[in-house]
Design a protein around this ligand. Structure first.
Ligand code: MSP
Length: 647
């Protein structure tokens, strides 16, 4: 008997510090699509996700909410599980780091490290970023702040256990060099080697004493285990590492560990070193994907600018959201999430391309053949041939891209077939064929081929959008457990049985009105009448256009005259804590440089940078000008923090 191929894929385990946003969902949707694809193509799959529940950040947030940490995380974890259900995330296991099965193993791992001399006791004096739960040296800080998230770091001084990272650094460098698939995409590899490994790896602090929400060090109860050592171990504790007969033996090492690029260092340096210390094989691939950004920067739970994926899924369907996340951004790169891009994708790819193909074809099958699938008898040797061979090539093309984690390319490949099928309708103009009964053989063949091509599309689409294919199969009269939904049914063209009954259902994706959606989602107002939307308002701009301008409160921190330019000042401002900009402002005749310092002014922060008199200008200060030429900078009516949004 042939051995069943196995596949183990993981997502990061999320901090249940707040509800997850669409950026976090991105990783999990991608992992789910890959896991489903592997299942569809015959692998025995294990897909793990979960939550990272200990640490100072969670403890503080629970305190701020006036709740015990356990109660606090329980509520958010319940919400996260509902989100995954809503997005059809079919995980095999969900690990919570507060579960005994995890805590006991981590305590054992820590003890083993200590006993074998990898861990020693010392004192940590240095910087700590609580939001990232990361230690930093003075040298690594950027403008005194955390190099990863830009927020303030704390000075901590406490007794701690350390892990001798340096003992393993060379082995890790050798492993990375010898295994090009280990860090993906390849561009991320050099960053790790050059920035962290080559300069010399410092020993890592692996325990804390100033709070207690964590796994206690078994032999020294004043310490809790550092949250990243605790969290990273989840990938093996969840498999039952150390227990005889557990699925650990079947699934470890992981085939793919998906993470965001911000936590690459933990997964490609500390994690492999812990595994080396345990004498265990390293994951085959750690893939660091890019970020989903908003126009104004990275989305994050703590910035409060996050988009709630459940709101999007409720309104537009979970399949539409999954499709957008998987298709819009080449996996590995950063991409922008905007409602406009999302709606456009729904309208073009889902409503126009896929939805129309299905509804046009089924309408014609009903109109010309009463929904009874005709026999294909008259092949034109041309368009039929092309459609057929493209359909037969598509499964393996999609499989190659998916196994390379190029999910966006995989979907683009599938859409070639959808588009080719639409073109086939236009080439064969069934409505013309239907005019002459002599063409019935050809007309039947065209309809048959379209239905078979739609079946191919639906089979391949299942891992990416689990709901839509179900509706398509129903329209094609294919039952849930039928082989015709399976991968093997794509080996041959012509599995649809002539004589079977098809029937048109509801439109898969009704077209959306972009402006109405923007208005309703962003301004939280009901959708106005169509008449109102189409009325011409000369010279007026839409709310959408206005909202493209990113207006902020900025604090002036320096100003000086620009030599040989009587009207211009070079003004330096800061937006928020650390976004510094310099601008060239035409206000020298109205303000002395010194009187500007400390002012909170209104600022256009998303203007393209320009050079004025050779000086870089990265934005614009807003000022009012009277008819008599007087000028005043615009400020805010009350004391508002720099960085506040103006709208
Ligand atoms: N708890 C740690 C992970 C421990 S894994 C052993 C953690 N949690 S997190 O909740 O802050 O982030 C989880 C994942 O979400 C990370 O991979 C991070 O990169 C990803 N993302 C957070 N914001 C994101 C976007 N805006 N876009 C894409 N991914 C994003 O880190």
């Amino acid at each position: 008997m042939a051995e069943v191929k196995t596949f183990y894929i993981t997502t990061p385990i999320y901090y249940p510090s707040n509800k997850l946003h669409v950026g976090n969902s991105y990783t999990t949707v991608a992992a789910d699509a890959i896991a489903r694809f592997k299942r569809l193509t015959g692998y025995r799959v294990w897909f793990l996700t979960g939550t990272d529940e200990h640490g100072q950040k969670i403890q503080r947030q629970a305190e701020a909410a006036g709740k015990a940490p356990r109660v606090f995380v329980d509520e958010i974890v319940a919400w996260i599980k509902e989100l995954w259900d809503e997005l059809d995330i079919e995980y095999d296991d969900f690990i919570r780091t507060t579960e005994d099965r995890h805590k006991d193993k981590v305590a054992q791992i820590f003890t083993a490290f200590h006993e074998q001399g990898d861990i020693y006791k010392g004192r940590y004096e240095g910087r700590y970023c609580t939001p990232c739960e990361a230690y930093w040296t003075e040298r690594q800080l950027v403008d005194g702040n955390c190099p990863d998230c830009g927020r303030e770091v704390e000075l901590i001084s406490e007794e701690a256990y350390f892990f001798r990272m340096s003992n393993y650094a060379q082995r890790l460098i050798d492993h990375i060099e010898a295994n090009p698939d280990f860090i993906q995409p390849p561009s991320r590899k050099n960053e790790m080697i050059n920035n962290f490994l080559k300069p010399g790896l410092e020993d890592l602090c692996v325990s804390r004493t100033s709070f207690d929400w964590g796994i206690p060090v078994p032999f020294d109860q004043d310490h809790v285990i550092y949250v990243w050592l605790d969290a990273l171990s989840n990938y093996i504790t969840a498999l039952g590492y150390g227990e005889e007969g557990s699925i650990y033996e079947t699934f470890w090492p992981a085939d793919v560990q998906l993470i965001g690029k911000d936590i690459l260092r933990f997964h490609t340096i500390y994690w492999p070193i812990f595994l080396m210390a345990l004498n265990q094989p390293l994951p085959k691939t750690v893939f660091g994907h890019g970020w989903l950004m908003l126009q104004e920067g990275k989305m994050s739970k703590s910035k409060g600018n996050a988009i709630d994926p459940r709101v999007l899924a409720d309104r537009y369907s979970s399949d539409a959201l999954r499709y957008f996340l998987l298709r819009e951004i080449p996996f590995g790169q950063d991409g922008i999430f905007s409602l406009e891009n999302f709606i456009n994708r729904i309208n073009t790819d889902l409503a126009n391309d896929l939805g129309n193909l299905v509804s046009r074809t089924l309408t014609m099958a009903e109109r010309y053949f009463d929904g009874v699938l005709p026999e294909p008898t008259v092949d034109d040797g041309n368009t039929d041939q092309e459609l057929r061979s493209l359909a037969l090539e598509t499964p393996s093309n999609v499989e190659v891209y998916t196994s390379q984690l190029k999910i966006s390319d995989a979907l683009a490949e599938l859409w070639k077939l959808v588009k080719r099928s639409n073109k086939y309708i236009d080439e064969n103009t069934p409505w013309d064929l239907a005019k002459d009964p002599a063409n019935v053989g050809r007309l039947g063949t065209v309809i048959y081929n379209l239905i078979e091509s739609i079946r191919f599309t639906a089979v391949i689409l299942q891992p990416f959008m689990p709901r839509t294919p179900k509706s398509i199969f129903e329209q094609l009269g294919i039952e849930a457990e039928s082989d015709m939904q399976g991968w093997a049914s794509l080996k041959r063209w012509g599995m649809m049985k002539p004589g079977s009954v098809v029937s048109r259902g509801d439109d898969l994706f009704p077209r959306l009105n972009l402006q109405a959606e923007i208005r309703e989602m962003q301004a939280d107002k009901p959708v106005a009448d169509d008449a109102d939307q189409t009325e011409e308002h000369e010279g007026l701009i839409s709310l959408d256009q206005f909202q493209q301008v990113d207006l902020r409160v900025a604090e002036v921190i320096a100003a000086e005259k620009i030599p040989k330019a009587d009207k211009l000042l070079k003004v330096e401002v800061v937006i928020g804590d650390n976004d510094r900009r310099q601008v060239v402002a035409g206000i020298a005749e109205h303000y002395q440089p010194d009187e500007l310092i400390g002012k909170h002014v209104l600022f256009v922060s998303n203007l393209k940078p320009v050079k004025l008199r050779g000086v870089l200008s990265q934005g614009m200060l807003l000022a009012a000008t009277a008819n008599d030429g007087r000028l005043a900078l615009t400020t805010v009516d009350r004391d508002m923090p720099s960085g506040s949004r103006v709208s």
